[in-house]
Design a protein around this ligand. Structure first.
Ligand SMILES: O=C1O[C@H](COP(=O)(O)O)[C@@H](O)[C@H](O)[C@H]1O
Length: 272
């Protein structure tokens, strides 16, 4: 290639108009993102406690929030007044390594933060009549997915009751996103997605095509009702998916339904 004939320059990324509620926080690395996000959330929890005497916090699972949880648990928060719950859960027993409740217990409910109350979604007892048998089936290694699917509607109803007992509106809610564009357990073009996006009950069940385990998840109505919403994204793949999701709401990228104009304010935490 001669100097007279230079290679074509890479086209710049087209500028994407941010919906008005999207507030981006660009951080230097995942560790600094975890700290900045933890400090912001701690402030929001303390504000809720000052205003209403307690704070509710719903957290996502997966691998990404571990660093955040480990920063958050060290923050100066009146943890005894914090009521913690989940954004979504995998239909597995709580001892299973994929359990989001297990993740929360191991990485967030430690030290002073262990004073927080935790409403998990799948832990017994007391199970309502009929669910004991279904809970046992969940642990059946012969066919755990089939057993979880049979149990899922009743488990979603039970989790919904638990959510309602926390109040109509969550104070702070933390979302993650998978590389496939799912958030919470709203999976692309999959069974249960319609109910997750349009249902009015707090929790429904879904069946991912791009990940393991039947799921329980908060519905969009409950996610969008939360007073403060955060979405954390680290790594080139997730950042690229996020850019695509900003374009328009689409069931192919369910995270887009928390980014669209109608969804209201959300803090986006971004790191390379
Ligand atoms: O399955 C899930 O995935 C997403 C993203 O997880 P990550 O491992 O990529 O961080 C998570 O937000 C969700 O809570 C979880 O159940």
């Amino acid at each position: 290639m001669s100097a007279a004939n230079p290679p074509p320059l890479a086209a710049p990324e087209p500028a994407v108009a941010r919906p008005p509620g999207v507030r981006e926080h660009r951080c230097a690395c995942p560790a600094s993102m975890a700290l900045a996000q933890a400090q912001c959330i701690a402030g929001q929890l303390q504000t809720a406690i000052a205003q209403r005497g307690r704070a509710t916090l719903a957290v996502s699972g997966g691998r990404s929030p571990i660093a955040l949880f480990e920063q958050l648990r060290q923050q100066d928060v009146d943890w005894a007044r914090v009521h913690l719950t989940l954004v979504d859960e995998r239909c597995v027993p709580e001892q299973h390594p994929d359990s989001n409740a297990l993740l929360v217990r191991k990485h967030l409910l430690q030290g002073v933060a262990a004073q927080a109350r935790f409403t998990a979604w799948l832990d017994p007892p007391p199970w309502p009549l009929g669910l004991n048998e279904q809970a046992e089936e969940l642990a059946d290694p012969a066919d755990p997915t089939a057993a979880a699917l049979r149990a899922a509607p009743a488990l979603a109803e039970r989790a919904s009751q638990r959510l309602r007992a926390l109040g109509d509106v969550l104070d702070v809610l933390l979302l993650g996103m998978g590389d496939d564009g799912h958030t919470a357990s709203w999976f692309p073009d999959s069974p249960g997605l319609h109910e997750a996006l349009h249902g009015t009950q707090p929790v429904v069940h879904t069946l991912p095509r791009t990940a393991e385990h039947p799921r329980l998840t908060l519905t969009r109505a409950w996610v969008l009702a939360a007073r403060q919403r955060h979405l954390a994204l680290a790594g080139a793949v997730k950042l690229a998916v996020y850019q695509r999701a900003l374009a328009a709401p689409s069931p192919a990228l369910p995270v887009s339904f928390v980014l669209e104009r109608a969804a209201g304010p959300i803090d986006i935490w971004m790191a390379p």
